[in-house]
Design a protein around this ligand. Structure first.
Ligand SMILES: [Zn+2]
Length: 399
């Protein structure tokens, strides 16, 4: 897409049309409200629910306002008892979302941000797009009536956890989906860290200067610039996220991983849905051996749900994927497999899901029906993310 020639056309798109396009991109199989039995509701209300991945910052909707569109807003997070949401920053996505064959020039994000009238600087720069989305979330968090706290440090999370459950604000963590957000210079890592970004993805739909993508043309490994970015990200207390990266880059990352906490924020498994984007059994075991936490996705492409599956059908499929991940993790760490599995919905990521963010009680109910023990449900639904962030986020005194 030639920004100067084509994007002004998108900038003329009326907001109602932009919203309709977003609605078509972010579908839900069953609209809310979602009902679960009393036992599931009671357990769900006691859980610390955390989701490792939602692309809500790409939407024109104000997340403070309840909406019927998309998958996430703050009222829906509260209805779903979500206590911590990772908001990911998307800087490039191909117009043909399923695969990157149509090339980096066909940039859905560019079209969206022009239609949403983002500043011109964001039209030409992935880094500027990232900083702009970080600012969007900071603006929401700065509104005292929003009930959202941007978590930059482990102490901030500890303070949040010390508040009574009923009156606790939602904790938000910022993530960059793909290190093209860094720009051409390692100093971009510092600017992202200063803006509040705490999770750093290596690649998204395209190979970039840091790492190959699972969807990429070359799908190579981590570059020398990539290792430089990784060192800087770790020095700034960022948690690395190799979701979306090529098999070669995952293998290299895992082989070089020290004890630093990391996540694969949103994924499916080849064992239950065999696509190149999902993790193989061997990859799951390698990630677990290196201490990683794997966020299981809630979207169709990660689960291969039947075409007409309902919200409950999606929940059943997510549980099956979770149980498969736990069983694979058990092979590496007997007795501790459920410590490596979490939720990574991909809500608002231009995907079809079974339920929106208010529907997480359905998953608690489905886990109970599958016979998963209460303490394991608590770990999977958010306890593992909480523990990882308490270790992985920088301290108040960090640079
Ligand atoms: Zn993604």
């Amino acid at each position: 897409m030639k920004p100067d020639r084509v994007l002004p056309l998108f900038a003329a798109v009326p907001p109602s049309v932009e919203r309709a396009i977003e609605r078509a991109g972010n579908r839900v199989a069953t609209p809310r409200p979602y009902r679960v039995d009393a036992a599931a509701q009671a357990l769900h209300a006691r859980l610390f629910v955390a989701d490792l991945h939602a692309d809500t910052l790409l939407s024109a909707c104000d997340p403070r306002v309840a909406s019927a569109d998309g998958h996430v807003d703050l009222p829906r997070l509260r209805a779903g008892n979500v206590k911590l949401q990772v908001f990911s920053i998307v800087t490039n996505m191909p117009l043909c979302v399923r695969h990157a064959r149509c090339g980096e020039a066909s940039d859905l994000v560019a079209a969206l941000i022009a239609a949403q009238r983002w500043p011109r600087a964001t039209w030409h720069s992935y880094h500027a797009r990232a900083l702009y989305q970080a600012e969007k979330l900071r603006t929401v968090a700065a509104d005292p009536s929003a009930g959202l706290v941007l978590l930059r440090t482990r102490e901030a999370l500890a303070r949040l956890l010390a508040q009574p459950l009923e009156s606790r604000p939602i904790g938000a963590v910022l993530a960059a989906e793909g290190a093209q957000a860094v720009g051409d210079d390692v100093a971009g890592v510092d600017r992202l860290a200063d803006a509040g970004v705490r999770l750093l993805g290596l690649a998204h739909f395209f190979d970039n200067a840091v790492a190959g993508s699972a969807h990429g043309r070359r799908a190579g490994g981590i570059t020398s610039f990539g290792w430089e970015v990784l060192r800087r990200a770790r020095a700034r207390g960022m948690i690395v996220d190799p979701a979306h990266v090529s098999p070669e880059a995952i293998a290299q990352y895992v082989a070089g991983a020290d004890a630093t906490p990391f996540v694969v924020s949103h994924t499916g498994l080849r064992a239950t849905c065999d696509t190149g984007r999902n993790l193989s059994d061997v990859q799951v075991r390698e990630i677990v051996r290196a201490g990683g936490v794997i966020g299981i996705g809630a979207w169709h492409g990660a689960l291969r749900t039947p075409r007409r599956a309902s919200a409950a059908g999606y929940a059943t499929r997510i549980v099956r994927t979770i149980q498969t991940a736990v069983a694979l993790a058990e092979q590496e760490r007997p007795g501790h497999g459920d410590e490596h599995v979490a939720l990574g919905s991909d809500f608002d990521g231009w995907v079809k899901v079974g339920f929106d963010a208010s529907g997480w009680p359905l998953l608690t109910e489905a886990l109970m029906r599958a016979g998963v023990a209460e303490d394991a449900i608590a770990r999977i639904m958010g306890g593992n993310v909480c523990r990882l962030l308490l270790r992985g986020l920088p301290g108040d005194a960090a640079p």
